[in-house]
Design a protein around this ligand. Structure first.
Ligand code: INI
Length: 158
């Protein structure tokens, strides 16, 4: 029997891209801080000169899938992390953005075979988003961990 599972100790060999939305950057910036803290403390080079970690900023979460697809197809990355914050307002725009980004991110992973971590918060209000981006806990940290696990797992499967 072969048991496949990701490890958290493969940092030196992983190449990672983070796609991050500027919309609600009070929240997404905190997610990014948590994510980079996690990656750095597991051995990923997070310095601006890093050759194993790249960042791509997009205007809003709606734009995440296209850029993630582009990066995944480049063959340069073992795993992608997407970071966004979609906060419910008084219009149906929330549902449109949430549907597009969630389906889009899943499609990128399936179509390219590159794992894509879904780090897009969907909340009813700013308070809930901030609680998940550092006030209570920082889900950015978890997304970093999940990226290490999935990047490592896909390498093991290969
Ligand atoms: N983008 C977000 O990332 N979060 C939101 O809450 C949001 N709302 O609510 O409008 C949002 N809209 C912008 C959208 O992602 C696109 O950038 C825009 O529609 C241009 O295509």
């Amino acid at each position: 029997m072969t048991v496949f599972e990701g490890r958290f100790t493969d940092a030196s060999t992983l190449r990672i891209a983070v796609v991050i939305a500027r919309f609600n950057d009070l929240v997404t910036g905190k997610l990014l801080s948590g994510c980079l803290d996690c990656l750095g403390r597991h051995g990923i080079d997070t310095a601006p000169s890093s050759t194993q970690l790249d960042l791509a900023w997009v205007p809003g979460s709606f734009e995440i899938p296209l850029v993630a697809q582009n990066l995944a197809r480049s063959g340069r990355y073992d795993v992608l992390i997407t970071l966004g914050a979609v906060i419910r307002g008084d219009t149906p725009h929330f549902d449109v953005v949430v549907n597009e980004v969630s389906k889009g991110v899943a499609a990128v992973a399936r179509d390219t075979g590159v794992p894509v971590i879904f780090g897009v918060l969907t909340t009813d209000n700013l308070q809930q988003a901030l609680e998940r981006a550092g006030i209570k806990s920082n889900l950015g940290w978890s997304y970093g961990l999940q990226a290490l696990e999935m990047g490592s797992l896909l390498k093991a499967l290969a």
